[in-house]
Design a protein around this ligand. Structure first.
Ligand code: UT7
Length: 332
């Protein structure tokens, strides 16, 4: 049986640290509110003069390749998860391919928001298992800061989201690596967390070229309470689904790496599953919610800190816009 295994993992975050105290100088918010409701203390925002989604992704990818003992030329396919690609189209996959000098290889974009990285990993897993490719680069990268409404009106989202990139290299193995992935969606809730523009759904009378190019409507809308309520239920469901599919119990999880949506959500799951502190990895305090990038950034940091070891069972889980939710169980 052919399995896929994570051979290397890397991440990159922009240099500029945006503290809660800084945010409170530009909008009506404060450190106490943000810390209490979300656990976030700071996040990174890009420097628009030098950072792009694709070049942050390239830095994360090179770290993952180097840790895997591989080079750019070994990569045969790219799966790129992002909701904030540098251009409306083409997607980020081709831009990363260009950054890495890999002209000709296939590049696929995934737009499943916070669940995007697990969706991307699942697709790459299938390609490796069928033997179609031997080395796949799977990336999650986001620049949220340029689309945040930093006026008082946008404070419920502006304080949460951050920028960054994470990447893994997937390779074949005769030993189990990715044990299973589980993907779900419920489009009835699409407007609970969305960016309406630039979209193709305007009435015709409004569809003037200049308005299509006007991205002033490109702001995140989130019904936070609704998202929170669904998140805590779906996170639990999809983690239990992954455990059941592998005849495992929660005690078998060496490390849970949840999508970093809100520290309160992670703590809720930890309590419900009775996991110890060392069984759950969180770094939302330092980076906020980086959507598709949050899981690979967290996994990369956990690995570098020695919290992921050979043979460990790692559980990834995510919930977000769509709604979409997903999990993956991995034998490292
Ligand atoms: O990545 C996956 C998707 N995202 C999530 O999973 C996020 C899920 N949702 C959440 O994490 C929470 O809903 C939030 C952290 C976004 C908000 O927390 P909440 O407890 O649901 O707050 P709320 O929206 O109900 O607002 C409570 C109060 C309101 O004031 P009033 O009406 O009670 O006077 C808000 O206006 O807090 C106010 N508020 C703020 N105050 C200071 C909202 N944002 C802020 C802010 N600073 N940044």
């Amino acid at each position: 049986m052919r399995y896929s295994k994570i051979a290397g993992i890397g991440h990159h975050v922009p240099e500029t640290i945006i503290t809660n105290d800084y945010l409170s100088t530009i909008m009506d918010t404060n450190d106490a509110w943000i810390t209490e409701r979300t656990g976030i203390k700071e996040r990174r925002w890009i420097n628009p003069d030098k950072d792009t989604v694709a070049n942050m992704a390239a830095k994360a990818s090179r770290m993952a390749l180097q840790r895997a003992g591989l080079t750019e030329k070994d990569v045969e396919f790219i799966v790129f998860a992002t909701i904030t690609s540098d251009y409306y189209f083409p997607g980020s996959g081709v831009l990363l391919q260009r950054e890495l000098g890999l002209e000709g290889i296939g590049a696929l974009d995934i737009k499943n928001a916070c669940s995007g990285f697990i969706y991307a990993l699942s697709i790459a897993d299938q390609f490796i298992k069928t033997g179609m490719y031997k080395t796949i680069l799977v990336v999650g990268a986001e620049i949220q800061s340029s689309a945040l409404d930093v006026s008082d009106r946008g404070r419920n989202t502006a304080v949460i989201f951050g920028d960054g990139a994470g990447a893994v290299i997937l390779r074949p193995s005769d030993q189990p690596g990715i044990l299973s992935t589980h993907l779900h969606a419920d489009g009835r809730f699409a407007e609970e967390l969305y960016v309406k523009d630039p979209g193709g759904s305007r009435p015709n009378k409004e569809r003037q070229p200049e308005q299509f190019l006007d991205t002033s409507g490109f702001k995140v809308h989130m019904n936070g309470n609704q998202v929170f309520k669904h998140a805590v239920v779906r996170f639990m469901e999809v983690i239990n689904e992954a455990l059941a599919a592998n005849n495992m119990a929660k005690e078998n999880i060496d490390l849970l790496v949840p999508h970093q949506a809100n520290l309160r959500i992670s703590q809720y799951i930890q309590e419900k599953l009775s996991l110890r502190d060392d069984q759950v990895y969180n770094n939302i305090m330092r980076y906020g919610n980086t959507t598709a990038a949050s899981i690979p950034i967290a996994m990369s940091e956990a690995w570098a800190e020695g919290k992921i070891k050979e043979n460990d069972v790692i559980c990834l889980a995510a919930f977000g816009s769509g709604f979409t939710w997903a999990s993956a169980l991995i034998r490292w």
